[in-house]
Design a protein around this ligand. Structure first.
Ligand SMILES: [Cu+2]
Length: 357
């Protein structure tokens, strides 16, 4: 009841103030000055506001860069990632440089050339030289950026497949990933979603001789400094294979094979040792520790400490459990990789086992 009364009082007060301002406005209109024309004082206020906005905006912008740059991804963990980051940084630097200059000129000129009684604008029709300069500079800069971007793009996207390239199929489904290694013959067997049946969860063609030695796994292991080529298939809807630490992303489209390749350069263990990651893991574990206190008090289990792992994520909102669609990636040295791959069961072995039963 009290709250209701307070609301009514505030509302009545508001109406009173509004009515008073209307009366004041009505009494003003009898004066000689037309309120719709800006006075020198109005122009001065607006001029200073322009200057104020410029200062506040720049402080806000630089503060954000300083405060939030720690949330950037760390150094790229793939060979092409360095090129990608350079292109990104160069584009951002140019945009920032031009932005600071143009915003300064726009607001500063609005301030010093603000309206004043008796002051008239200088009539200046055009200047071919000036127009040429402000056209040719953006043309050169943009053309440079586009050409540099195209070279970077073709460098990244044209993965030449040679004998050393490891070919891995990434198979996306609602809601998870499977990886298929090509096996001894380094050739993936044919596959189609129509062959999915029982233990053949990714639809490998059992009659294809290349398929017998393929290895289907649910954790991705990659040897460091080796070129990897991913061939991607989707079982159901559009997914997107997203490797943020390797600066790679590619759509996974039902009914077709898309591909992308890269060379990982930093092992999972090396990434864990970087200052960036040590710091990040420390912060996360601090938060987990805090949250665990409340859980334990309520009789629940404490949260496990966090350890960094690379993950393959899905970056297309593909359904209700999209957020949880991920596969662990382990980047390791070649011996560890070879040891791991040797332990994995081949598709032929899985089939044979099933027949025995
Ligand atoms: Cu998905």
């Amino acid at each position: 009841m009290t709250v209701f009364l307070i609301i009514i009082v505030i509302a009545l007060l508001g109406i009173t103030l509004w009515q008073m301002s209307k009366i004041l406005n009505l009494s003003k209109s009898h004066s000689s000055e037309d309120p719709s024309i800006a006075t020198d004082k109005d122009n001065k206020n607006q001029g200073y506001l322009m200057l104020g906005f410029l200062i506040v905006f720049n402080i806000f912008m630089f503060y954000n860069f300083w405060e939030y740059s720690r949330f950037y991804l760390p150094e790229a963990a793939s060979a092409h990632g360095v090129q990608f980051d350079n292109l990104m940084f160069l584009s951002l630097a140019i945009i920032m440089f031009v932005q600071v200059i143009t915003q300064f000129l726009l607001h500063y000129f609005s301030f010093i050339y603000r309206g004043e009684k008796g002051k008239r604008a200088y009539f200046y029709a055009d200047n071919d030289k000036l127009e040429f300069i402000w056209t040719i500079i953006p043309v050169i800069v943009l053309a440079g950026l586009i050409i540099y971007g195209l070279f970077t793009w073709s460098d990244i996207m044209n993965v030449e497949e040679d004998e050393d390239t490891i070919v891995i199929e990434l198979y996306a489904y609602q809601f998870g990933w499977k990886a298929r290694y090509a096996g001894e013959d380094n050739t993936l067997g044919k596959a189609n979603v129509r062959f999915i049946e029982g233990i053949n969860t990714v639809g490998v063609d059992e009659s294809d001789s290349y398929a017998k030695d393929d290895k289907i796994v649910s954790e991705l292991h990659l040897p460091v400094d080796k070129k990897v080529l991913f061939k991607m298939r989707s079982q159901d809807v559009l997914h997107s294979a997203y490797f943020p630490f390797f600066r790679a992303q590619m759509n996974v489209v039902p009914g077709m094979i898309t591909q992308f390749g890269f060379t990982p350069t930093i092992t999972s263990e090396e990434m864990r040792q970087t200052d960036y990651m040590v710091d990040k893991v420390k912060t996360i574990n601090q938060i987990r520790k805090e949250n665990s206190k409340e859980l334990v008090a309520n009789g629940d289990m404490a949260l496990d400490p966090y350890e960094f792992e690379y993950y393959l994520l899905c970056n297309k909102i593909c359904g209700i459990s999209h957020y949880n669609m991920q596969m662990k990636i382990v980047v390791e040295n070649e011996e560890d990789y070879k040891e791991w791959i040797a332990e994995q069961e081949s598709f032929g072995e899985t089939l044979a086992k099933q027949e025995e039963q």
